[in-house]
Design a protein around this ligand. Structure first.
Ligand code: PEP
Length: 252
């Protein structure tokens, strides 16, 4: 049975003290929950990964990275490799976030190479994609999403998909306060699952968790998560506050 997942992407927020404090709060909050088949994930900045792993040790909180470089080592000033992440004890990495695509020029081909490098390093990939507002207005959103999947991750073989989580994040809903309706999310998630099924078969499609991201809050999480093809959320702003994030975890 595929997992339910609530993942908090902290982006470039929280210094060392704030990261440790937030992980600590979440650790104590989740300790009272029965997290049946549900994963709770946080993605701090690179410099706070090690301290966050230590703060989360022995708890149900998983610490993941927000990005990585496709090369394993070398003259890439300022970059972080997959093997560096695994050396900290990490098991997963987010790739393809719309901010990486928009501000750092990460295109489908680059992301495909990052996906390969992550899997080679035994890192699960949380692969993000989603259309811009103009794509939705022009009713081109299914084409855009299909293209991002085909060019970024559908080169994998079926066996690799046990280490893939998909995160559909319509760019127009990220950090804007505007959320896709639960029906819009379900429609796109069903389309995505169907594409995975056409390419890899029903078993792979049934097992892959597909998260929704875009202004999820405690107030709208229950309705979005009630949809059959929505397996959880990738949370930005609301992940920076322990009680908001836990409200979303409780909703799932
Ligand atoms: C995100 O950045 O992945 C995200 C979903 O952000 P927010 O929840 O703030 O819209």
């Amino acid at each position: 049975m595929r997992s339910k997942i609530v993942a908090g992407n902290w982006k470039m927020n929280n210094d060392l003290a704030a990261s440790k404090a937030l992980v600590g709060e979440l650790v104590s909050e989740v300790s009272g929950l029965s997290l049946d088949n549900t994963r709770v994930i946080v993605a701090p900045t690179f410099v706070n990964l090690e301290s966050s792993v230590a703060a989360a040790e022995g708890s149900a909180i998983e610490v993941v990275a927000q990005n990585m470089h496709q090369a394993d080592s070398g003259a890439y000033t300022g970059e972080i490799s997959g093997s560096m992440l695994t050396s900290l004890g990490l098991k997963s990495v987010i790739l393809g976030h719309s901010e990486r695509r928009a501000y750092f020029g990460e295109d489908d081909a680059l992301l495909a190479s990052k996906v390969d490098a992550a899997l080679k390093n035994n890192l699960e990939v949380i692969f993000c994609f989603g259309e811009e507002l103009e794509d939705r207005k022009s009713e081109n959103h299914f084409n855009i999403v299909g293209g991002q999947l085909k060019n970024g991750i559908f080169h994998l073989d079926a066996a690799a998909w046990k280490n893939v989580v998909l995160a559909y994040e319509p760019v127009w809903a990220i950090g804007t306060g505007e959320t896709a309706s639960a029906d819009q999310a379900q429609e796109m998630h069903a389309f995505i699952r169907n594409l995975v099924s056409e390419t890899y078969g029903a078993e792979v499609a049934d097992e892959v968790s597909i998260l929704y991201g875009g202004s999820v809050k405690p107030e709208n999480a229950t309705e979005i998560f009630s949809k059959p093809d929505v397996d959880g959320g990738l949370i930005g702003g609301a992940a920076l506050n322990a009680s908001d994030f836990m409200g979303i975890v409780t909703a799932i």
